[in-house]
Design a protein around this ligand. Structure first.
Ligand code: NAP
Length: 317
Protein backbone atom coordinates (compact mmCIF):
# COMPACT_ATOMS: atom_id res chain seq x y z
CA UNK A 1 0.00 0.00 0.00
CA UNK A 2 1.32 3.47 -0.88
CA UNK A 3 1.03 6.68 1.17
CA UNK A 4 -0.47 10.04 0.07
CA UNK A 5 3.05 11.29 -0.64
CA UNK A 6 3.96 8.23 -2.74
CA UNK A 7 6.06 8.95 -5.80
CA UNK A 8 7.42 7.17 -8.85
CA UNK A 9 11.11 7.77 -9.56
CA UNK A 10 11.64 8.61 -13.21
CA UNK A 11 14.70 7.27 -15.06
CA UNK A 12 16.53 10.59 -14.51
CA UNK A 13 15.92 10.47 -10.74
CA UNK A 14 13.04 13.00 -10.69
CA UNK A 15 10.25 11.99 -8.33
CA UNK A 16 6.72 12.18 -9.72
CA UNK A 17 3.68 11.93 -7.39
CA UNK A 18 1.56 8.88 -8.15
CA UNK A 19 -1.62 10.92 -8.05
CA UNK A 20 -2.41 14.26 -9.60
CA UNK A 21 -5.36 16.45 -10.49
CA UNK A 22 -6.57 16.21 -14.10
CA UNK A 23 -7.89 19.46 -15.58
CA UNK A 24 -9.22 18.73 -19.08
CA UNK A 25 -12.55 20.56 -19.52
CA UNK A 26 -12.09 22.51 -16.26
CA UNK A 27 -12.92 26.15 -16.98
CA UNK A 28 -10.68 28.90 -15.61
CA UNK A 29 -13.02 29.65 -12.73
CA UNK A 30 -13.48 25.96 -11.90
CA UNK A 31 -9.81 25.11 -12.12
CA UNK A 32 -8.68 27.88 -9.76
CA UNK A 33 -10.98 26.53 -7.05
CA UNK A 34 -10.15 22.89 -7.89
CA UNK A 35 -6.37 23.36 -7.80
CA UNK A 36 -6.52 25.29 -4.54
CA UNK A 37 -8.76 22.67 -2.95
CA UNK A 38 -6.66 19.78 -4.27
CA UNK A 39 -3.33 21.15 -3.07
CA UNK A 40 -4.81 21.87 0.36
CA UNK A 41 -6.09 18.26 0.39
CA UNK A 42 -2.58 16.93 -0.32
CA UNK A 43 -2.31 16.69 -4.12
CA UNK A 44 1.06 17.83 -5.46
CA UNK A 45 0.75 17.04 -9.18
CA UNK A 46 -1.37 19.14 -11.54
CA UNK A 47 -1.88 17.89 -15.11
CA UNK A 48 -2.72 20.43 -17.79
CA UNK A 49 -2.03 21.10 -21.48
CA UNK A 50 -1.84 24.21 -23.62
CA UNK A 51 -4.90 23.01 -25.53
CA UNK A 52 -7.02 22.89 -22.33
CA UNK A 53 -6.92 26.70 -22.28
CA UNK A 54 -6.54 26.83 -18.50
CA UNK A 55 -2.77 27.20 -17.97
CA UNK A 56 -3.13 30.87 -17.00
CA UNK A 57 -5.82 30.07 -14.41
CA UNK A 58 -3.68 27.27 -13.00
CA UNK A 59 -0.81 29.76 -12.82
CA UNK A 60 -3.02 32.10 -10.80
CA UNK A 61 -3.99 29.33 -8.38
CA UNK A 62 -0.40 28.13 -7.98
CA UNK A 63 0.86 31.67 -7.35
CA UNK A 64 -1.80 32.22 -4.69
CA UNK A 65 -1.00 28.91 -2.98
CA UNK A 66 2.69 29.77 -2.88
CA UNK A 67 2.03 33.31 -1.62
CA UNK A 68 -0.28 31.94 1.09
CA UNK A 69 2.53 29.60 2.19
CA UNK A 70 0.45 26.46 1.53
CA UNK A 71 3.15 24.96 -0.67
CA UNK A 72 6.52 25.78 -2.22
CA UNK A 73 7.10 25.65 -5.98
CA UNK A 74 9.60 22.82 -5.59
CA UNK A 75 6.98 20.71 -3.78
CA UNK A 76 4.65 20.89 -6.75
CA UNK A 77 4.85 18.79 -9.91
CA UNK A 78 3.35 20.58 -12.87
CA UNK A 79 2.80 18.73 -16.13
CA UNK A 80 1.83 20.44 -19.36
CA UNK A 81 1.68 19.28 -22.96
CA UNK A 82 2.52 20.68 -26.36
CA UNK A 83 -0.36 20.47 -28.84
CA UNK A 84 0.12 19.31 -32.45
CA UNK A 85 0.87 22.81 -33.81
CA UNK A 86 3.47 23.46 -31.09
CA UNK A 87 5.92 20.77 -32.11
CA UNK A 88 5.75 21.51 -35.81
CA UNK A 89 9.39 21.97 -36.90
CA UNK A 90 11.23 24.63 -34.90
CA UNK A 91 8.31 25.65 -32.69
CA UNK A 92 8.68 23.77 -29.42
CA UNK A 93 10.88 26.01 -27.30
CA UNK A 94 8.78 29.09 -28.05
CA UNK A 95 5.61 27.11 -27.22
CA UNK A 96 6.98 25.94 -23.90
CA UNK A 97 8.09 29.48 -22.99
CA UNK A 98 4.52 30.63 -23.69
CA UNK A 99 3.12 27.90 -21.38
CA UNK A 100 5.62 28.84 -18.67
CA UNK A 101 4.57 32.49 -18.90
CA UNK A 102 0.91 31.53 -18.44
CA UNK A 103 1.72 29.16 -15.58
CA UNK A 104 3.94 31.87 -13.98
CA UNK A 105 6.79 29.41 -13.41
CA UNK A 106 10.25 29.08 -14.92
CA UNK A 107 10.26 25.32 -15.52
CA UNK A 108 7.70 22.55 -15.80
CA UNK A 109 8.24 19.25 -14.06
CA UNK A 110 7.07 17.24 -17.05
CA UNK A 111 6.55 18.34 -20.64
CA UNK A 112 4.71 15.94 -22.93
CA UNK A 113 4.17 15.72 -26.67
CA UNK A 114 0.37 15.59 -26.43
CA UNK A 115 0.11 13.55 -29.68
CA UNK A 116 2.61 12.12 -32.18
CA UNK A 117 1.14 14.04 -35.15
CA UNK A 118 2.29 17.55 -36.06
CA UNK A 119 -0.16 19.98 -37.69
CA UNK A 120 -0.42 23.64 -38.60
CA UNK A 121 -2.02 26.11 -36.16
CA UNK A 122 -5.67 25.57 -37.01
CA UNK A 123 -5.21 21.85 -37.67
CA UNK A 124 -6.33 22.18 -41.28
CA UNK A 125 -3.01 20.71 -42.47
CA UNK A 126 -1.11 17.68 -41.27
CA UNK A 127 2.66 18.12 -41.18
CA UNK A 128 4.60 14.95 -41.91
CA UNK A 129 7.20 15.56 -39.21
CA UNK A 130 8.43 12.13 -38.03
CA UNK A 131 8.35 11.42 -34.29
CA UNK A 132 12.17 11.28 -34.33
CA UNK A 133 12.19 15.01 -35.23
CA UNK A 134 9.51 15.81 -32.65
CA UNK A 135 11.61 14.07 -30.02
CA UNK A 136 14.75 16.01 -30.98
CA UNK A 137 12.88 19.19 -30.04
CA UNK A 138 11.93 17.70 -26.65
CA UNK A 139 15.58 16.83 -26.10
CA UNK A 140 16.34 20.51 -26.77
CA UNK A 141 13.95 21.96 -24.17
CA UNK A 142 15.07 19.37 -21.61
CA UNK A 143 18.71 20.26 -22.12
CA UNK A 144 17.81 23.96 -21.91
CA UNK A 145 16.48 23.29 -18.38
CA UNK A 146 12.91 24.33 -19.19
CA UNK A 147 11.51 20.91 -18.23
CA UNK A 148 12.73 18.60 -15.46
CA UNK A 149 11.44 15.61 -17.40
CA UNK A 150 10.02 15.00 -20.87
CA UNK A 151 7.65 12.46 -22.28
CA UNK A 152 4.96 11.53 -24.75
CA UNK A 153 1.22 10.99 -24.82
CA UNK A 154 -0.89 8.90 -27.21
CA UNK A 155 2.24 7.48 -28.91
CA UNK A 156 2.29 3.79 -29.76
CA UNK A 157 5.12 1.41 -28.85
CA UNK A 158 6.68 1.50 -32.29
CA UNK A 159 6.84 5.32 -32.24
CA UNK A 160 8.37 5.29 -28.76
CA UNK A 161 10.96 2.81 -30.01
CA UNK A 162 11.92 5.09 -32.91
CA UNK A 163 12.25 8.11 -30.59
CA UNK A 164 14.44 6.11 -28.20
CA UNK A 165 16.60 4.96 -31.12
CA UNK A 166 17.55 8.58 -31.82
CA UNK A 167 19.78 8.13 -28.77
CA UNK A 168 19.16 11.53 -27.12
CA UNK A 169 17.27 12.20 -23.86
CA UNK A 170 15.23 9.10 -22.98
CA UNK A 171 11.45 9.29 -22.70
CA UNK A 172 10.67 9.68 -18.99
CA UNK A 173 6.91 9.20 -19.06
CA UNK A 174 4.15 7.96 -21.33
CA UNK A 175 0.63 9.26 -20.66
CA UNK A 176 -2.03 7.09 -22.23
CA UNK A 177 -5.69 6.25 -21.97
CA UNK A 178 -5.75 3.43 -19.45
CA UNK A 179 -8.58 2.13 -17.30
CA UNK A 180 -10.15 -1.12 -16.23
CA UNK A 181 -11.93 -1.42 -19.60
CA UNK A 182 -8.79 -0.47 -21.57
CA UNK A 183 -5.95 -1.89 -19.50
CA UNK A 184 -3.06 -1.43 -21.99
CA UNK A 185 -1.10 -4.46 -20.77
CA UNK A 186 1.25 -4.47 -23.76
CA UNK A 187 2.03 -0.77 -23.53
CA UNK A 188 2.75 -0.97 -19.80
CA UNK A 189 5.02 -3.97 -20.37
CA UNK A 190 6.85 -2.18 -23.18
CA UNK A 191 7.37 0.95 -21.08
CA UNK A 192 8.58 -1.10 -18.13
CA UNK A 193 11.18 -2.75 -20.36
CA UNK A 194 12.43 0.68 -21.42
CA UNK A 195 12.29 2.27 -17.95
CA UNK A 196 9.47 4.65 -18.90
CA UNK A 197 6.90 5.49 -16.22
CA UNK A 198 3.25 5.34 -17.26
CA UNK A 199 0.45 7.74 -16.38
CA UNK A 200 -3.12 6.59 -16.85
CA UNK A 201 -5.60 9.12 -18.17
CA UNK A 202 -9.36 8.57 -18.08
CA UNK A 203 -8.82 6.18 -15.15
CA UNK A 204 -12.48 6.66 -14.17
CA UNK A 205 -13.58 5.97 -17.75
CA UNK A 206 -13.87 9.71 -18.43
CA UNK A 207 -17.63 9.94 -17.77
CA UNK A 208 -17.55 13.68 -18.61
CA UNK A 209 -16.02 13.25 -22.09
CA UNK A 210 -19.44 13.41 -23.75
CA UNK A 211 -19.76 17.06 -22.70
CA UNK A 212 -16.65 18.08 -24.61
CA UNK A 213 -17.17 21.03 -26.94
CA UNK A 214 -14.62 22.08 -29.58
CA UNK A 215 -13.64 25.77 -29.78
CA UNK A 216 -16.01 25.97 -32.77
CA UNK A 217 -18.89 24.98 -30.50
CA UNK A 218 -19.21 21.57 -32.20
CA UNK A 219 -19.53 18.38 -30.16
CA UNK A 220 -17.65 15.16 -30.89
CA UNK A 221 -19.40 11.86 -31.58
CA UNK A 222 -18.49 9.35 -28.88
CA UNK A 223 -19.17 5.69 -29.48
CA UNK A 224 -21.44 4.14 -26.84
CA UNK A 225 -19.31 2.55 -24.11
CA UNK A 226 -19.81 0.51 -20.96
CA UNK A 227 -19.38 2.46 -17.71
CA UNK A 228 -16.85 0.80 -15.43
CA UNK A 229 -18.18 2.64 -12.38
CA UNK A 230 -21.30 0.46 -12.83
CA UNK A 231 -19.38 -2.80 -13.21
CA UNK A 232 -20.82 -5.44 -10.85
CA UNK A 233 -17.38 -6.63 -9.69
CA UNK A 234 -16.21 -3.05 -9.08
CA UNK A 235 -19.32 -2.39 -6.98
CA UNK A 236 -18.91 -5.63 -5.01
CA UNK A 237 -15.24 -4.99 -4.24
CA UNK A 238 -16.01 -1.36 -3.34
CA UNK A 239 -18.60 -2.52 -0.79
CA UNK A 240 -16.13 -5.00 0.68
CA UNK A 241 -13.54 -2.26 1.29
CA UNK A 242 -16.12 0.36 2.26
CA UNK A 243 -14.96 2.43 -0.69
CA UNK A 244 -16.66 3.89 -3.76
CA UNK A 245 -16.47 2.38 -7.30
CA UNK A 246 -14.30 5.37 -8.33
CA UNK A 247 -11.83 4.62 -5.54
CA UNK A 248 -11.63 0.96 -6.63
CA UNK A 249 -10.82 1.74 -10.27
CA UNK A 250 -8.23 4.35 -9.20
CA UNK A 251 -6.67 1.85 -6.80
CA UNK A 252 -6.60 -0.73 -9.60
CA UNK A 253 -4.25 1.54 -11.60
CA UNK A 254 -2.14 2.41 -8.54
CA UNK A 255 -1.77 -1.27 -7.67
CA UNK A 256 -0.37 -1.80 -11.17
CA UNK A 257 2.39 0.71 -10.40
CA UNK A 258 0.95 3.51 -12.54
CA UNK A 259 0.41 7.22 -11.90
CA UNK A 260 -3.15 8.56 -12.10
CA UNK A 261 -4.59 12.02 -12.75
CA UNK A 262 -8.34 11.86 -12.04
CA UNK A 263 -10.12 15.06 -13.03
CA UNK A 264 -12.74 16.70 -10.89
CA UNK A 265 -14.00 20.18 -10.17
CA UNK A 266 -16.15 18.91 -7.29
CA UNK A 267 -14.55 19.36 -3.86
CA UNK A 268 -16.00 16.15 -2.39
CA UNK A 269 -14.78 14.09 -5.38
CA UNK A 270 -11.32 15.69 -5.26
CA UNK A 271 -11.13 14.42 -1.68
CA UNK A 272 -12.63 11.04 -2.56
CA UNK A 273 -10.16 10.45 -5.40
CA UNK A 274 -7.20 11.18 -3.12
CA UNK A 275 -8.53 8.99 -0.33
CA UNK A 276 -7.19 5.79 -1.87
CA UNK A 277 -4.09 5.18 0.22
CA UNK A 278 -5.66 3.24 3.09
CA UNK A 279 -6.50 0.10 1.14
CA UNK A 280 -5.16 -2.01 -1.70
CA UNK A 281 -6.51 -4.78 -3.86
CA UNK A 282 -5.52 -8.40 -3.49
CA UNK A 283 -4.26 -10.37 -6.51
CA UNK A 284 -7.57 -12.22 -6.41
CA UNK A 285 -9.58 -8.98 -6.52
CA UNK A 286 -7.48 -7.71 -9.41
CA UNK A 287 -8.16 -10.94 -11.35
CA UNK A 288 -11.86 -10.59 -10.58
CA UNK A 289 -11.86 -6.99 -11.91
CA UNK A 290 -9.99 -8.06 -15.05
CA UNK A 291 -12.59 -10.76 -15.78
CA UNK A 292 -14.56 -8.06 -17.61
CA UNK A 293 -12.12 -8.32 -20.55
CA UNK A 294 -13.66 -5.29 -22.24
CA UNK A 295 -11.09 -3.58 -24.43
CA UNK A 296 -12.72 -0.30 -25.41
CA UNK A 297 -10.62 2.68 -26.43
CA UNK A 298 -12.69 5.77 -25.68
CA UNK A 299 -10.34 8.35 -27.22
CA UNK A 300 -9.68 7.41 -30.84
CA UNK A 301 -8.30 10.90 -31.63
CA UNK A 302 -9.90 10.84 -35.09
CA UNK A 303 -8.06 13.97 -36.20
CA UNK A 304 -4.91 11.82 -36.49
CA UNK A 305 -6.46 9.68 -39.26
CA UNK A 306 -4.50 9.92 -42.49
CA UNK A 307 -1.38 11.36 -40.83
CA UNK A 308 1.77 9.27 -41.42
CA UNK A 309 2.28 9.25 -37.63
CA UNK A 310 -1.32 8.26 -36.75
CA UNK A 311 -0.71 6.19 -33.61
CA UNK A 312 -3.99 4.32 -33.81
CA UNK A 313 -4.11 3.67 -37.58
CA UNK A 314 -4.33 -0.10 -37.07
CA UNK A 315 -7.43 0.31 -34.87
CA UNK A 316 -9.44 2.37 -37.37
CA UNK A 317 -12.12 0.62 -39.39
P1 NAP B 1 -11.51 10.92 -15.68
O1 NAP B 1 -10.57 11.52 -14.75
O2 NAP B 1 -11.55 9.45 -15.88
O3 NAP B 1 -13.00 11.38 -15.34
C1 NAP B 1 -13.33 12.71 -15.05
C2 NAP B 1 -14.86 12.80 -14.95
O4 NAP B 1 -15.31 11.99 -13.87
C3 NAP B 1 -15.38 14.18 -14.70
O5 NAP B 1 -16.59 14.30 -15.43
C4 NAP B 1 -15.65 14.22 -13.21
O6 NAP B 1 -16.74 15.08 -12.90
C5 NAP B 1 -16.02 12.78 -12.93
N1 NAP B 1 -15.56 12.31 -11.60
C6 NAP B 1 -14.44 12.67 -10.95
N2 NAP B 1 -14.33 12.03 -9.78
C7 NAP B 1 -15.42 11.23 -9.69
C8 NAP B 1 -15.86 10.33 -8.70
N3 NAP B 1 -15.16 10.13 -7.57
N4 NAP B 1 -17.03 9.66 -8.92
C9 NAP B 1 -17.73 9.85 -10.06
N5 NAP B 1 -17.35 10.72 -11.04
C10 NAP B 1 -16.21 11.39 -10.84
O7 NAP B 1 -11.38 11.53 -17.17
P2 NAP B 1 -10.53 12.62 -17.94
O8 NAP B 1 -10.76 13.97 -17.39
O9 NAP B 1 -10.82 12.40 -19.36
O10 NAP B 1 -9.02 12.18 -17.66
C11 NAP B 1 -8.29 12.63 -16.53
C12 NAP B 1 -7.24 13.65 -16.91
O11 NAP B 1 -6.29 13.07 -17.80
C13 NAP B 1 -7.77 14.85 -17.72
O12 NAP B 1 -8.48 15.78 -16.95
C14 NAP B 1 -6.48 15.36 -18.31
O13 NAP B 1 -5.74 16.09 -17.36
C15 NAP B 1 -5.81 14.04 -18.71
N6 NAP B 1 -6.15 13.60 -20.09
C16 NAP B 1 -5.15 13.52 -20.99
C17 NAP B 1 -5.41 13.15 -22.29
C18 NAP B 1 -4.27 13.07 -23.27
O14 NAP B 1 -4.52 12.99 -24.49
N7 NAP B 1 -3.04 13.08 -22.81
C19 NAP B 1 -6.71 12.83 -22.70
C20 NAP B 1 -7.72 12.89 -21.75
C21 NAP B 1 -7.44 13.26 -20.45
P3 NAP B 1 -16.60 16.48 -12.08
O15 NAP B 1 -15.39 17.22 -12.57
O16 NAP B 1 -17.89 17.16 -12.47
O17 NAP B 1 -16.53 16.14 -10.63
Amino acid sequence: MSSPSATITLSNGVKMPVIGLGTWQSSSEEVIAAVKHAVKAGYRLIDTASVYGNEAAIGTAVKQLIEEGVVKREELFITTKAWTNEFAPGKLEESLRESLKKLQIDYVDLYLAHMPTATNDDMTEQIASPVEDVWKQFDGVYKAGLAKAVGVSNWNNEQIGRALAVGLTPIHNSQVELHLYFPQFEHVEYCKKHNISVTSYATLGSPGRVNFTLPTGAKLDWAPAANELEDANVIEIAKKHNKTPAQVVLRYALDRGLAIIPKSVTASRINENFNVFDFSLTAEEISKLEEAKINQRLFLQDFMAGHPEDAFASERK
